[in-house]
Write a new protein. Structure first.
Length: 261
């Protein structure tokens, strides 16, 4: 249904000469809260477009990152749109659910509170709340972080599919920012500990101060990983285990709101 609320007649072909951008946007408009994943036939029917045209445009959007395709060949909204959407004043979904819990953590810690998801072999920062006295960091909302050298990244990597972990471990992995080689067996042990504890603790030396990152996984329906919640604090004031309990409690609260068991 078009965004102006006037239903089209089903099966009508797009008008000749309709701008390609309008037809591409109609594909994106086919997704809503009740239709998060669509087959090609469903996508074609909902945007009233021939399957061949829908597939051609959907593949172009997928190349850009606006759409993704699962193992069954169904389409869903891609993370590139989320990356762009973080530039807008308002957001929804995971960020909307997480914000009250993030605000609580920020009020308690007066430091950086992060919300991240995995995009390929990187972490994508969905939101960051920062206290006035928080230590300076480079990571921004909408920015990308390494999976192996950040707290939120390690938590995402630990609960990522095995093939993702093996792809990263198959190549030499260097810590950031000191560029030291991380032995694969050491990283495997770290990931196993994160899975066991459901908590990642990572320490890094920035240019001016040592920073400790504490992160916990967030799960959605069917206990599928939805993202990671993390806090960055200066090492001089960090109590990682004590802070970890607060982060885990907030992550569990977000998970419950998302429908996790």
């Amino acid at each position: 249904m078009p965004t102006n609320g006037t239903p089209r007649r089903r099966g009508r072909r797009p008008a000749q000469g309709e701008p390609v951008v309008d037809r591409a946007l109609s594909l994106l408009d086919a997704f809503d809260a009740e239709h998060r994943v669509l087959s090609l036939a469903e996508l074609s029917r909902r945007c009233e477009m021939p399957p061949s045209s829908a597939l051609r445009l959907a593949n172009r959007l997928r190349e850009w990152g606006a759409l993704e395709r699962d193992d069954a060949g169904r389409f869903c909204v891609g993370l590139r749109l989320l990356e762009v959407a973080t530039l807008a004043p308002r957001g929804h979904g995971l960020r909307q659910v997480a914000l009250p819990f993030m605000n609580d953590l920020a009020e308690v810690t007066h430091q950086h509170v992060q919300l991240a998801v995995r995009d390929g072999m990187q972490a994508l920062l969905v939101e960051r709340l920062s206290g006035h006295q928080a230590a300076p960091v480079d990571y921004r909302t909408g920015g990308r972080l390494p999976l192996h050298s950040t707290g939120v990244g390690l938590a995402l990597l630990a609960f990522a599919p095995r093939e993702v972990q093996e792809e990263l471990l198959a190549k030499p992995v260097y810590s950031e920012p000191d560029n030291q080689l991380i032995p694969a067996d050491k990283l495997r042990r770290t990931l196993a500990e994160v899975r066991r504890e459901r908590l990642a603790i990572f320490r890094r030396q920035d240019e001016t101060e040592a920073i400790v990152s504490v992160a916990a996984p967030i799960f959605g329906r069917d206990d599928v990983l939805a993202g990671v919640l993390g806090v960055l604090v200066p090492k001089r004031v960090a109590r990682p285990r004590h802070l970890g309990l607060a982060v885990q409690t907030a992550a569990r609260g977000i998970s419950r709101e998302l429908g996790a068991r």
